[in-house]
Design a protein around this ligand. Structure first.
Ligand SMILES: [Zn+2]
Length: 132
């Protein structure tokens, strides 16, 4: 059976959550390059992240399911300041005081050290926060 990539992830936690959601819907899938990214995060961008591979005949259903899950997540997410629903995860510039530490952690751990730089941004009021 031929498998094709339906999505890619920067860390194994998000990849495993998506894989479990597809498996619950009886979609045959597996994670490509999971061990490469997990054991050496510096290769994450080089290999294109952890790819969620699905059986080609089930690709359309997998895409619909992942889009529905994302739509549901967006429907429930709210800004803690203005309660607006127009929010998204964005990358934010690093704080100056953390540049040396961030550079060292990025060298040692690759993208795993970059995770704190991704915050939720409200496009209604401009508020940013990093709580999940
Ligand atoms: Zn807001």
């Amino acid at each position: 059976m031929n498998f094709v990539a339906v999505s890619a992830y920067l860390n194994y936690i998000d990849a495993h959550i998506a894989q479990a959601q597809l498996e619950d819907a009886h979609i045959r899938c597996w994670l490509k390059d999971e061990h490469t990214v997990t054991t050496n995060p510096m290769f994450t961008n080089a290999v294109g992240g952890i790819k969620l591979m699905v059986a080609e005949p089930q690709l359309g259903r997998a895409q619909e399911l992942l889009q529905a899950i994302e739509a549901e997540r967006r429907r429930h997410a709210r800004c803690p300041l203005c309660a607006g629903g127009n929010i998204e995860w964005v990358h934010t510039p690093r704080k100056t005081a953390n540049n040396v530490v961030s550079a060292a952690l990025s060298y040692l751990f690759g993208n795993m050290a970059l995770a704190p730089d991704k915050v939720q941004h409200c496009f209604d009021c401009g508020h940013e926060w990093d709580e999940i």
